[in-house]
Write a protein that binds this ligand. Structure first.
Ligand code: ADP
Ligand code: NI
Length: 215
């Protein structure tokens, strides 16, 4: 029997993200949910909290809510208030409000083991073959160039600077994606991240050799 709150969160996420073209569609949520379940099991985290937070993790994301994260958090509170205690709802909201990457020089610590697991699962989906696809989908969705040799990547020291950034999609690898393997919280995620990291390095090597006409 499936847990009715998890089923409710799943149904909400499926319809909320169905039409997204920025790499944050329902299947991103689905992958994060599956990975979070796996990490929760291995790491011994509270599986119910992890599953609900994973399913709703992008509802309050600044990239998808025009910067109005509190509106997204209130949507989550409304959705869960009849099924969970206030304390559980706030635990979930706290995890979700801390999940996002906010710039190379900005620390984004998770608040609990459950938060660490959800953050790792979300970050793993930014890496590897799927991560590459999502990066160019996001760039296209926001009208960004694939690459521009005259616009170097920046290491953003503040969330404000990271948010304003409008550079080409290839910069995102150096501004975020290649930094993630050293920022994983759990040992299980670190191992998966290392392999995905290696694949992105190989991809970028080939991308720039083609760009320069060497292949
Ligand atoms: P996070 O909360 O850590 O940002 P998300 O689930 O919201 O994680 O997804 C982030 C993904 O969105 C990135 O890994 C990338 O694929 C895409 N993305 C975000 N910002 C950019 C950007 N500036 N350029 C290209 N892709 C981006
Ligand atoms: Ni996400």
């Amino acid at each position: 029997m499936s847990d009715p709150v998890i089923e409710k969160a799943r149904r909400f996420a499926e319809s909320h993200f169905a039409g997204d073209g920025s790499g944050h569609d329902w299947w991103h949520v689905h992958r994060v949910w599956q990975m979070a379940k796996h990490l929760a099991e291995v790491e011994g985290a509270d599986r119910r909290i992890v599953e609900i937070a994973a399913l709703l993790h992008d509802v309050a994301d600044w990239k998808l809510t025009n910067g109005d994260e509190s509106h997204g958090l209130n949507t989550i509170r409304d959705l869960l208030k009849d099924d969970l205690s206030e304390e559980e709802v706030e635990r979930i909201c706290e995890i979700i409000s801390r999940v996002s990457f906010k710039g190379a020089g900005v620390d984004t610590p998770a608040c609990s083991l459950e938060g660490q697991v959800v953050q790792d699962a979300d970050r793993l989906d930014a890496l590897g073959a799927v991560g590459i696809a999502r990066t160019f989908a996001y760039g296209g969705n926001r009208g960004r160039l694939i690459h521009h040799p005259g616009i170097p990547p920046e290491k953003h020291d503040s969330f404000e600077a990271y948010k304003k950034n409008n550079g080409p999609s290839t910069n995102h690898f150096y501004e975020k994606l290649l930094l993630l393997k050293d920022r994983m919280n759990t040992g299980t995620a670190k191992k998966i991240a290392e392999e995905r990291h290696l694949f992105m390095e190989q991809y970028l090597d080939r991308f720039f050799r083609e760009w320069d006409g060497h292949l």
